[in-house]
Ligand binder design. Structure first.
Ligand code: LLP
Length: 439
C-alpha cells in the first residue's frame, strides 16, 4: 500500500495509523486495506483508458473485477470513482445491489449462471450479461421473455491466447471451459444465434479475457487483434457494427521485486493503437472499449497483519537449520502459495531490529505442512513471539479465496484512511462458524 511508512521507532504506519494500534484494536490476523491506495489505482485505470480512447470512441469503461475482492464498501468506492463493476455470481451481484451500484454499471459473468442469477441480474437492469455457452443464449433469452425485457449481452470469445505471467502462447485451440472458440467457428455461430432473438437479446459486443497476472503486453495485442477480426466479420456478414468490445483483465502486479507490472497508461495506449489500426483498415467505427482489472486495483492496496506465535529451528540435512516462524493465520486467509505456488514477501512490522537478517520461512497455524505463507524471506534473527509481521500484496484473491479450514474464523478487513481505521468486513467468530452447523 502506497501510504505505508516506517515511523521513527521502526513500526509501520499505514494511512497514518500505527499497525500496533490496528493489532490492539482489531486483533490479528487482519487484512488492512489502504482506501486511498485502492481508490487511486481505480482512478489511474479509469483516467488512462479514458485518455487513450477519448478521441477514438469517446472513452472507455473500466469494470472492476469483484472476484478479486468485494464487499459493500469496496463496491461503493468503485462506483464513487466512476468505475463499473464486474460480478460473476448471484452473491457478488447481491453485494453490488446492496451497495447501491446502478444496474447499468454492472456486468454479469460466469460460465454456468443459474436461471435465478440471470433473472436477478435482469430484474436489476444490468448493463451486460456475458454469454458463455449455447445453452446460456437460450436461457438468457427465455428469462428476458418471461420478464418482458431485452437483455444486453456480450459474447465471450476464446481467442486461443493463453497467458501465463511472463509469457503468452498463441494456440489454435485452448483446452479450457470458458467462452466460444474462435478457430472452430463457434463464436461466429454464437453471434448468429444471438441475432436470432432480436426481441429478447441485444448483442452489444464481444469479450475476450486471456488469463491473469500477465506482464507481457503482446498477449493482449494478439488477443485484441483476433477478437477484432470477428468484430469486423460481424460487420461484414450481418451489417451490424457492434457498439462495444471488452478486452478483459489480468494485468499483473509485483508480489515480489521480481515482477515488473505494466502501467495502466502503457496498457491503454497499446490496446488503443491496435483497435484503431484494425478498425481503420476495415472502415468501421471504433467500438467502446472496456477492460476488467481486478488484481491490479485490489492487490497492492492491502497487507495482512499477523502475530508471531512460535519460532522454531528445524534441522535440515547435515548441520543446516531452517527457521520456521509461525503466525496466527495461514492458508485459510491466503491459499495462493499452496494453490499456485505464489510468492509473497514479508516484513517485521512492529519495531526496528538491529539483529542480523536471517533466512526464515513464514508458516501458518493449519494442520498441513503446505501451510506456507512466505517460502523464503530475510527477517531479523531476533524475531520472537508477539512480534507483528506484515505480508504485502494480499488485496486480491486472498480474502475472496479464504476458507474456514480447521474451523479457523476468517480475519476482518480493516480500512485505513487519513489516520482513521475502521472495520469494513468484520472478523468471523466461532459462533458464526457454529451457526450453520445443525446441532
Ligand atoms: N475478467 C474475467 C472474465 C476474469 O475471469 C478475471 C479473472 C478477471 C477479469 C480479473 O482478472 P485480474 O485482473 O484480477 O487478474 N484466483 C486466481 C486468479 C483467478 C482469476 C480469475 N479470473 C489467483 O489468485 O491468482
Amino acid at each position: 500500500a502506497r501510504s505505508v511508512r516506517r515511523a521513527r521507532d521502526g513500526a509501520l504506519t499505514v494511512g497514518g495509523v500505527d499497525v500496533r494500534d490496528i493489532a490492539a484494536e482489531f486483533g490479528t490476523p487482519a487484512y488492512v486495506i489502504d482506501e486511498e491506495d485502492f481508490r487511486g489505482r481505480a482512478r489511474e485505470f479509469k483516467e488512462a483508458f479514458a485518455e487513450a480512447f477519448g478521441d477514438l470512441c469517446g472513452g472507455a469503461d473500466v469494470y472492476y473485477a469483484g472476484k478479486a475482492f468485494l464487499c459493500t464498501q469496496v463496491a461503493r468506492w468503485v462506483h464513487e470513482e466512476g468505475l463499473h463493476l464486474d460480478v460473476c455470481s448471484g452473491g457478488e451481484l447481491a453485494v453490488a445491489i446492496r451497495a447501491g451500484v446502478p444496474g447499468e454499471r454492472i456486468g454479469l459473468h460466469g460460465n454456468n449462471k443459474s436461471v435465478a442469477e440471470i433473472e436477478a441480474a435482469l430484474r436489476h437492469g444490468v448493463g451486460r450479461i456475458v454469454l458463455d455457452s449455447f445453452e446460456e443464449i437460450d436461457r438468457v433469452a427465455g428469462a428476458a421473455q418471461r420478464l418482458g425485457v431485452v437483455a444486453p449481452v456480450l459474447i465471450r470469445v476464446t481467442v486461443g491466447v493463453e497467458a501465463h505471467t511472463h509469457e503468452y502462447i498463441a494456440t489454435a485451440h485452448e483446452d479450457q471451459k470458458f467462452g466460444f472458440s474462435l478457430s472452430g467457428g463457434q463464436a461466429a455461430e454464437a453471434v448468429r444465434r444471438v441475432l436470432e432473438h432480436p426481441a429478447y437479446l441485444s448483442l452489444k459486443g464481444l469479450h475476450s479475457h486471456i488469463g491473469s497476472q500477465i506482464f507481457d503486453v503482446s498477449g493482449f495485442e494478439v488477443a485484441a487483434r483476433r477478437v477484432m477480426g470477428l468484430h469486423l466479420d460481424v460487420a461484414r456478414e450481418h451489417g451490424v457494427e457492434l457498439p462495444e468490445l471488452d478486452l478483459g483483465g489480468g494485468f499483473g502486479i509485483a508480489y515480489t521485486t521480481q515482477h515488473d507490472p505494466l502501467a495502466p497508461k502503457v496498457l491503454a495506449a497499446g490496446m488503443a493503437e491496435i483497435v484503431a489500426r484494425e478498425c481503420r483498415a476495415d472502415g468501421v467505427a471504433v467500438p467502446r472499449i472496456s477492460v476488467e482489472p481486478g488484481r491490479a486495483i485490489a492487490g497492492p492496496s492491502t497487507f495482512t497483519l499477523y502475530e508471531v506465535g512460535t519460532v522454531k529451528e528445524v534441522l535440515l540435512d547435515g548441520a543446516a537449520t531452517r527457521t520456521y516462524v509461525a503466525v496466527d493465520g495461514g492458508m485459510s486467509d491466503n491459499i495462493r502459495p499452496a494453490l499456485y505456488d505464489a510468492d509473497y514477501s514479508c516484513t517485521l512490522a512492529n519495531r526496528r531490529s538491529e539483529a542480523l537478517p536471517a533466512l526464515a520461512r513464514v508458516v501458518g497455524k493449519h494442520c498441513e505442512s503446505g501451510d506456507i505463507i512466505v517460502k523464503d524471506e530475510f527477517l531479523p534473527s531476533d524475531v520472537a513471539p508477539g512480534d507483528l509481521i506484515a505480508v504485502p500484496g494480499t488485496g486480491a484473491y486472498c480474502r475472496s479465496l479464504s476458507s474456514q479450514y480447521n474451523h479457523v474464523p476468517r480475519p476482518p478487513v480493516v480500512a485505513v484512511r487519513d489516520g482513521v481505521a475502521r472495520v469494513i468486513v468484520r472478523r468471523e467468530s466461532i459462533e458464526d462458524i457454529l451457526a450453520l452447523d445443525v446441532e
